[in-house]
Write a protein that binds this ligand. Sequence first.
Ligand code: ADP
Ligand code: ZN
Ligand code: ZN
Length: 732
Amino acid sequence: MSNLTFLRVSLPTPLRQAFDYRVPASIDNPVCIGLRVRVPFGPRKLIGVITEIDIQPDYDTAKIKPIIEIIDREPLLRSADLALLHWASNYYQHPLGEVIANALPSLLRKGAAAEPSRIMLWRAHTHASTAMLARAPRQAALLTHLQTRREGFTQEQLRDQPGDWRGALRQLEQRGLIESVAIATTPAADNVALTEPLRLSPDQQAAVDTIRQQPKGFSRHLLHGITGSGKTEVYLQVIQPLVEQHGQCLVLVPEISLTPQIVSRFRQRLSVPVCVLHSGLSDRERLNNWLLATSGKAKVIIGTRSAVFTPLPDLALIVVDEEHDLSLKQQDGFRYNARDIAVYRAQQNDIPIVLGSATPSLESLLNVEQGRYKLSHLPKRAGAAIPPSVQLLDVRSLPMRSGISEPLLHKITQIIARGEQVLLFLNRRGYAPVLMCHDCGWIANCGRCDARMTLHQSRRILACHHCGREVRIPKQCPECTTGKLHELGQGTERIEQTLVERFPATGIARIDRDTVRRQTDFTQLLERIHSGEIQLLVGTQMLAKGHDFPNVTLVALLDSDQGLFGSDFRAAERMAQLITQVSGRAGRGDKPGQVIIQTHHPEHPILQTLLTDGYSGFSHALLMERSAAALPPYTCQAMLRAESTDAAQPLAFLEQARNHAMQIQTGDVQLWGPVPAPMERRAGRYRAQLLLQAPQRAPLHQLLRSWVAQLETLPLSRKVRWSIDVDPMEML
Ligand code: ADP
Ligand code: ZN
Ligand code: ZN
């Protein structure tokens, strides 16, 4: 009997502690850190990961329950992986058990074996003969077929057999003439023709050289390249020699399902296994790919934010593409920023990390300014493409057709006649954002949120985009019962309708979350766009990201005003990023592109600075403003949020939390609030927030460490739902 009798297990519970268990004598597998175990937890059974072994409990060991089973033979997480998760748990003040669970594919969380899926093969025994099957012709025929291939057939391969072949298969098995064997699936070979690396431009070459610099080890790079400047080519040429020396490269992208192009570019260039990890995969595919990555077989791992936690034994480089993108930040449950975790991980592994963007975040730009990140700049487009010309279109008092001005419609007509494509951008899906009664002024509100319902004409519903509530469109005004209901404003659905009426002979497509619900929808749409069948595209920010449509020569932003007056201090930054990214879709081929921005505020400083100085000049001015206002990235923030069906409790809880913080803190950390959230009621719950801000990270985190652990003990903590958000990206 070994002395490893007591061990500590992290379990996926909101409780901020690990739990001790005993290994019963009936289990004699070796025990080590990183294995999954099944344990009793109250009336339930939970799956957790061993984080400590050989512990010496200083309390009555008779009370310590035995584990039920050890699930793995090999540890799923090595000590470096656990160290990363520990760090993330501490930094984001989130319970370790949930952080660990978040890092594992869901099948592993549920207890599945950490093995690739197996397929069943049916094959004939060597001794089998049809001699005894004279009276069973169906079985005889099937057996003869099975005998044609020694290694056997999958059910899928037998599908075309005549009649009830499944029944015949069972009978043959009962007679002992055939057997089924399970074999592990082999990773789908990347059977694509490889393409040659492109000849790099001098700027690209300089970027590649800087990143590949000597001495080796931890280094942080910001690759600021305008849209179409060839950032992906830089990643590829940095990655190629690393994977040829058996290193692994992790490439984080914001939304892979929207940009399948990037994956095929990697597969076409690199002769090593490339695997993807994102939410569009089935649980089984995700586990298979995760195993390929963690075993070291996959050399390039392209994934969305949670892929940052994938254990990679030979990690040699991390790339974070579109590092400014909000989807790298998880906004619920375990709130983390995959970009920031990636930077920590690169340091931990002593390897380079490259953050790439056409519109870098102010955080990263400040890191360059302060010398922490090395900047590589790609100011020109790759190949023959030149940047588009950008023009503000003052729509004040212009005739408008549901959101599109006459001059713009005229322009669209010209482009279509030339056989080129147009992309219209509006960040609002649905038909109209407001439904109002013309007689009494009634407005369709959600009832569960402080928000209006959006009209969706084709589905004949009113939908709340905040809580998902859907109701039928009322036939008459529910308030005065006589008034006529009017749709105010426009969403993408209405724009599409206007376009169909105005350009009946032209191929038109709408791209937003209503039309693109599945990956296949999107792939089909992309094909129709690339074939030229579709000439007019209207869409939300789904269209802003990463796409390369060489024949799009006009991009129009239909309503840029909604972003100019946001309440969040990051509104201007986001607005500039969006305008720059959407504009970047124009003129990516050999024809010059043009961008038109419709606005009622052509003199607005955000638009003016962006147009005259570009994103670089704009972000520089914005950094000076942030510095003067002592806002991030010059200061650090954390947000405590609380919500409840009771209107008063969230604020009362935050008040208690605030008083508690005042008692333990030594100064330096400012507390702002509590205040109701900008949208106070959402899905029937009242929400409030308390903001913490400090000039340095250390005092903020010092306060968080003792404070957050004690929030659980506050009298109201069980009456509200609360959460902590370190480095919040949205002030919601
Ligand atoms: P980004 O990722 O910066 O938006 P991409 O890497 O997608 O840019 O490159 C834009 C286009 O330019 C792609 O079609 C790519 O094949 C092409 N390209 C990139 N680098 C070069 C180069 N050095 N020479 C010629 N074409 C290039
Ligand atoms: Zn009315
Ligand atoms: Zn709602």
